[in-house]
Design a protein around this ligand. Structure first.
Ligand SMILES: Nc1nc2c(ncn2[C@@H]2O[C@H](COP(=O)(O)OP(=O)(O)OP(=O)(O)O)[C@@H](O)[C@H]2O)c(=O)[nH]1
Length: 405
């Protein structure tokens, strides 16, 4: 990525090195297809001014559609006819209205918390197309820079450019103002690709191991999740598997108190596998629906610590053949591409069933979520957008894409 900036020419324009217009340096040392494979012929895109923007009136109105006021017909379905028939309809709609309001409130908060990422990403993209009438190579170059520097990573950036390029070649995309909508659609597709249903009631008890490097937000996330699952009527039990730090056990106990759920713990320094072993018995005797097990933070590069994690996993599995049902890796989104490397190594070494991206508030690196969804084939399950109890939300691809733009 740094090389990319070095390769700008004297006018500060990006240098197009090959006759395909591809900056091969961008894809060096990267996994996945080469840029040639992805964008076979970028130069087939006409140079600037050679094709024209569609008329303004064809532009997509980007403002969110406000529901138009009901017409006389819509607002008075029962008028002049059966008035009683209106009542059941109103009764049915009321709870839905509350849910919608709640969704809107949450979406507003999500948008606010993602503002740094949005400034880095879509606000820059908006400035990029401002006043442009055609999509040319210069524009695509600048778009590439925006995507890469927004932590989408080289692979995902190239994939998105390929999609856009194909649309341009097929003459389905001409207007620079429509680039944004096209990208939003593609990104939403990437984000939703790996999503599968998650059902904490699928087994009893349903055991979840929560792993990750130090300080990413594992304990906090467990506390928030315990609260939410309890709100859903599930009997939750926490396990203090981080026996390495005495403070970690205390921290989890505090979250247990806040959420109103029991915590199984042993003295610090105990073998985490022994804690897991006893916890499985406790879960059965207490008739827990969901067991959330905290683990000590560990660097993904430390082989012995990864072995310790595998031992915990094996111990749980010996006690309960279907468990652990989920292994969630918590990633700190503010670490950007580093989070992606962590996820790769944890996935290789222990296997992952889900990802939780924390600290999306206050970081401009939220684009990493797109790169992770694109490259890892592991579903993002939750996102953390603050330190409060309610600041953990199930990941909704469509909603996230909307908030990103
Ligand atoms: N802003 C913000 N802070 C968060 C979020 N999630 C967790 N944190 C904060 O991150 C810090 C570390 O969180 P912990 O839950 O202790 O992290 P951990 O992974 O359990 O840490 P170790 O036990 O040291 O491995 C705390 O100050 C949390 O409040 C989030 O979504 N947003």
């Amino acid at each position: 990525m740094i090389k990319w900036f070095k390769r700008k020419n004297k006018k500060g324009k990006p240098a197009l090195e090959s006759d395909t217009g591809i900056r091969e340096d961008l894809v060096q040392d990267q996994e996945g297809p080469t840029q040639e494979e992805i964008i076979p012929d970028l130069t087939s895109i006409p140079p600037a001014e050679s094709f024209h923007a569609e008329e303004m009136d064809e532009r997509i109105d980007e403002t969110e559609e406000e529901p138009s006021p009901p017409s006389a017909d819509e607002s008075a379905p029962g008028e002049g006819t059966d008035i009683p028939s209106l009542e059941p309809a109103v009764q049915e709609m009321e709870p839905e209205g509350e849910t919608e309001r709640e969704e809107k409130r949450y979406f507003k908060r999500l948008r606010e918390r993602l503002h740094k990422t949005r400034e880095q990403f879509s606000d820059r993209m908006d400035r990029l197309v401002l006043g442009r009438k055609t999509i040319d190579l210069d524009l695509l170059d600048e778009l590439e820079e925006v995507l890469i520097t927004s932590d989408l990573g080289v692979h995902t950036t190239q994939l998105l450019l390929q999609k856009v390029t194909e649309k341009i070649k097929r003459k389905e995309l001409k207007d620079p103002q429509k680039l944004r909508d096209q990208l939003r659609e593609e990104i939403s597709g990437i984000l939703s690709r790996t999503i599968t249903p998650l059902d904490f009631r699928a087994d009893h008890p349903f055991v979840v191991m929560v792993i990750g490097v130090n300080g990413v937000g594992k304990t906090t996330t467990i506390g928030k999740l315990a609260h939410q699952l309890k709100e859903q009527g599930l009997k939750v039990m926490l396990v203090a598997g981080d026996t390495f730090r005495a403070a970690a056990v205390e921290q989890l106990s505090l979250w247990g108190e806040r959420a109103g759920v029991p915590v199984v713990k042993q003295k610090s320094g105990s073998d985490p596998s022994a804690v897991a072993f006893d916890a499985m018995d406790a879960a059965v005797s207490r008739d827990a629906d969901v067991v959330l097990m905290d683990t000590a933070g560990r660097m993904h590069t430390k082989v012995n610590l990864m072995e310790e994690l595998k031992k915990v996993q094996r111990t749980i599995n010996k006690k309960m053949p279907a468990a652990p049902h989920e292994i969630f890796l918590v990633l700190d989104a503010s670490t950007g591409q580093n989070a992606l490397s962590q996820a790769r190594l944890f996935k290789e070494s222990i296997g992952l069933t889900g990802l939780i991206l924390t600290k999306l508030d206050g970081t401009a690196k939220g684009g990493i979520v797109v790169a992770i969804c694109d490259e890892l084939q592991v579903p993002v399950r939750y996102i953390g957008i603050g330190e409060g109890m309610e600041d953990l939300r199930p990941f909704d691809a469509e909603e996230f894409a909307r908030a990103l733009f």
